[in-house]
Write a protein that binds this ligand. Structure first.
Ligand code: PHE
Length: 341
């Protein structure tokens, strides 16, 4: 029986050497140390042995059992360490690698241009003032020297609402009278940015919705030279010292005299294209000296006060700065376009 125990030990240890992982080790334990293993059968038979034989065999059987258990524990520990080393190796982290980039949002090109415009005018001492997008006929037209049925109203194709006299503002100019009525009798130097709406035939340079930045000054000795100087300086700060600009005489009912300012069309280098409709110039703003009627509507006495006003199109400016060939891109929400800014 002692030789049988030696044999049991030898076979079990030999089998253990080839048990590679925890599952194999568990299978090994069941075969060699489990209830029906040869070793346990020896224990079962101890009772049947003679008094003389029992102690030696019992001691040896216990020895074998401890030896097998010890060897198995060692083997288990080893295989755990191996598994850990293997996973550290294969899942290695290189902490010096740059992080994974994630898509970054960005500001809409109109917002970027608007912010440049705010900064330029802020440097010149203009305050920003916001007024409503849903306006009354009174502020959008009447107080700007366009009574009902005035032919100049045709210059602004208008979205009317179902409430009579309520419309979407066609320009930021109604803000002029709102500011004057609030600030009277202080001098004024403000810009009024915001969205405007026109019931227009859409084209490469006209959309039904667009931003405008209105400018308004009212003071004691403001002249047309101040207007020209301010806008020329604006164009240089926006497009660079070398920019070519021109003022053209124009007509607006709420300014007298009136003008429009053009910037040379960068899209075609002045050769003429769809955006500048072949002229080589792109109109970016209308302007003029505030009409006496408008000053009076705002509460200011035109005998004492004068002022200038302008209204510029940030999307037109963005088209020139970024060479965008069609104004419709701005509100189509196409990421391929927006991600370029
Ligand atoms: N409101 C005019 C427009 O939308 C522009 C303008 C503003 C002209 C202020 C003169 C003075 O066309």
């Amino acid at each position: 029986m002692l030789t049988q125990l030696d044999e049991i030990e030898k076979t079990a240890l030999a089998a253990l050497a080839s048990a590679q992982d925890e599952t194999a080790l568990e299978a090994w334990r069941i075969t060699h140390l489990g209830r029906s293993s040869p070793l346990m059968q020896v224990f079962d038979q101890l009772g049947k042995l003679s008094k003389e034989e029992r102690p030696a065999i019992g001691r040896r059987a216990n020895e074998v059992k401890r030896a097998l258990e010890g060897a198995q524990a060692e083997r288990l520990e080893l295989s755990r360490q191996l598994a850990l080393a293997r996973s550290l190796q294969s899942e290695r982290l290189d902490v010096t690698l740059p992080g994974r980039p994630f898509p970054k949002g960005r500001l809409h090109p109109s917002t970027q241009i608007l912010r440049r415009i705010y900064r330029i005018y802020a440097e010149m001492g203009f305050q920003a003032y916001r007024t409503r997008e849903v306006e009354s006929d009174e502020y959008n037209f009447e107080l700007l020297n366009m009574p009902p049925h005035h032919p100049a109203r045709d210059m602004w194709d208008t979205f009317h609402t179902s409430s009579p006299g309520v419309l979407l503002r066609t320009h930021t100019s109604p803000g002029q009278v709102r500011v004057m009525r609030e600030y009277y009798p202080e001098p004024i130097r403000v810009i009024l940015p915001g969205m405007c709406y026109r019931y227009e035939q859409v084209s490469a340079r006209k959309d039904i919705q667009f931003n405008q930045v209105e400018g308004l000054t009212v003071g004691y000795q403001i002249t047309f030279s101040d207007l020209k100087g301010t806008l020329t300086d604006f164009a240089r700060r926006m497009f660079g010292e070398a920019v070519r600009i021109r003022f053209r005489a124009a007509y607006f009912p709420f300014t007298e005299p009136s003008a429009e300012m053009d910037i040379e069309c960068f899209l075609c280098e002045g050769k003429g294209c769809g955006v500048c409709s072949g002229s080589g110039w792109l109109e970016i703003l209308g302007c003029g000296m505030v009409h006496p009627v408008v000053l009076r509507n705002g509460g200011y006495d035109p005998e004492k006060f004068s002022g200038y006003a302008f209204g510029m199109g940030p999307e037109r400016i963005a088209m020139l700065r970024y060479r965008v060939p069609d104004i419709r891109y701005f509100w189509t929400n196409d990421l391929r376009f927006l991600e370029q800014f």
